[in-house]
Design a protein around this ligand. Structure first.
Ligand code: ATP
Length: 476
């Protein structure tokens, strides 16, 4: 399937099967804001749980916190977001459409042959690294890059545009002060560094993990849930002794790639992209890119953030944020390796890999199905319980099995429609296992279990169902 078609097919499928809806759809939607439906919310929660447990439960030296979205406004001064969290933008004077400069050039580069594309991207990276805005505009003009709406090359100068949303706290207008909706979750971790270190008696190296909403006023918001104005991040800051950051950076690069591969997505769907233009806080950084229907794009960042954030917070708050390392008898401000993955991008990645249109035609009959081959541990519904008919005591037996399964995993009961139709509906939702209760069940206490991906069916004892599903859907 062509890539653009695949993206459209996934968006359509997400809507049809209760995964993702446009926000405020009955009012024609709100751009770059989405709602998760009954199945999307479960999938998202399972990915979040898997990440959380991979970090906290599986690492004795990583703990999780849940900091507020609102923070003291000085936090964003200290972190550099007030001054630096901006992207170079350019407007087309005819269409009035605003573009992020890197996106505009990248989109044009995609239309070029490999060699010309690589040259153009290298030129762009060098200019971005130097904050050379005049040079970027020149590059756009030299390459005759046009606006997709007006079709002209009538551009404004390149300018910086801050991506933070602000709002007011305080009950009386005069007393209200301006605060920001956090653009990343990381700062909630930095300002709590000593609280956690002291109360948890944590010894370096140790990590603090957090998941939660972040907000960015993205200018060019596109690509479905890939780029949203309200989204969720899963971040972990790993505090290390200064001088050891390089080895921990390599460690987390590899560890995070392993996590991605554990989702059943093959290695050739991923690649690392090392940053040429480093953020103001970083001494090394890379993206883990996934081959989305729109091509390879960032799903996660691994950043070596030095001691920048803690040092800045010391400076602005006047509070000491040092650690006493008893192994070497020294006080220091720890260095930090950050892993930062977008939960919504992870949902989109998992869905992109899982979505398949299969041709099941035989010489006798045309047939096809849409299946979401989600990893069983992430599937919204683990088991569908289906009585073959609505009579002869079969629904009662099926209900009994449902009641036994409910405390252990999410299951779904359905008795309407032919069994084949019910299987196909579960395939489309991504349910990995269906159990059918039929007349034989009453005689020998066995059921038919059907496997989503292979569509194979076999008979197993009714009493073995719960343990089998628990075993096949466990995370670790
Ligand atoms: P991009 O270059 O795509 O804007 P970024 O480099 O600004 O991303 P980071 O600041 O490193 O992103 O944020 C960490 C992660 O948060 C990203 O890897 C991505 O998965 C996610 N993320 C960032 N911005 C958005 C967004 N607007 N919508 C959804 N997820 C996002």
């Amino acid at each position: 399937m062509a890539n653009e078609n695949k993206l459209q097919a996934i968006i359509g499928h997400c809507k049809e099967y209760g995964y993702v809806f446009q926000s405020s759809e009955i009012y024609d939607g709100l751009s770059a804001v989405y709602d998760y439906g009954q199945n999307g919310a479960e999938l998202k929660r399972n990915i979040r749980d898997y990440w959380w447990r991979s970090m906290t439960q599986m690492h004795e030296n990583i703990v999780g916190i849940d900091a507020a979205i609102f923070m003291h406004p000085t936090v964003w001064k200290a972190s550099g977001h007030v001054d630096n969290f901006s992207d170079p933008m350019i407007d087309n004077k005819d269409s009035k459409k605003r573009y992020r400069v890197d996106h505009l050039i990248e989109a044009h580069a995609e239309t070029l042959a490999t060699e010309a594309k690589d040259t153009l991207l290298a030129q762009m990276d060098a200019l971005l690294a130097n904050n050379d805005f005049a040079g970027l505009k020149q590059l756009i003009e030299d390459n005759k890059i046009k606006c997709g709406v007006s079709g002209t090359g009538n551009w404004t100068d390149v300018r910086q545009f801050n991506l933070m949303f602000s709002t007011q706290v305080g009950s009386v207008a005069e007393e209200a002060s301006e605060i920001y909706l956090r653009p990343e979750t990381a700062q909630g971790i930095f300002v709590n560094f000593l609280n956690v270190q002291k109360t948890g008696r944590m010894k370096i190296p140790f990590g603090i993990a957090q998941t939660g909403k972040a907000f960015r006023n993205e200018i060019v918001a596109r690509g479905f849930i890939f780029r949203m104005r309200e989204f969720e991040q899963m971040e972990m800051q790993f505090f290390v002794r200064p001088g050891t950051q390089k080895e921990w950076y390599e460690y987390w690069k590899e560890a995070r790639m392993k996590w991605h591969l554990s989702l059943g997505i093959p290695q050739d769907s991923y690649r690392f992209h090392d940053h040429v233009k480093l953020a103001h806080y970083a001494d090394a950084a890379c993206d883990i890119e996934y081959d989305f229907p729109m091509g390879f794009k960032e799903v996660e960042g691994v950043h070596s953030r030095t001691d920048f954030d803690l040092t800045e917070h010391q400076k602005y708050s006047g509070k000491k944020l040092t650690y006493f390392d008893t192994d070497i008898n020294q006080h220091y401000v720890p260095y930090v390796i950050e892993t930062s993955i977008g939960l919504d991008r992870a949902v989109m990645m998992v869905l992109s890999h899982a979505y398949k249109e299969e041709d099941l035609s035989t010489p006798e009959k045309q047939d096809s199905r849409v299946v979401l081959s989600l990893p069983p541990m992430l599937a919204p519904i683990k088991l569908a319980v289906l009585p073959l008919t609505k009579k002869d005591g079969l629904p009662e037996l099926a209900r009994e099995l449902m009641e036994q399964c409910k405390p252990y995993f999410r299951c779904f009961y359905e008795e309407k429609d032919a069994i084949g139709k019910r299987y196909r509906r579960q395939d489309a939702i991504g349910t990995p296992f269906c159990v059918t209760i039929d007349h034989q069940t009453k005689e020998d206490q066995t059921v038919t279990i059907r496997y989503r991906d292979s569509m194979l069916q076999e008979r197993i004892p009714l009493a073995a169902v719960i343990d089998l599903i628990i075993e096949k859907t466990k995370m670790f």
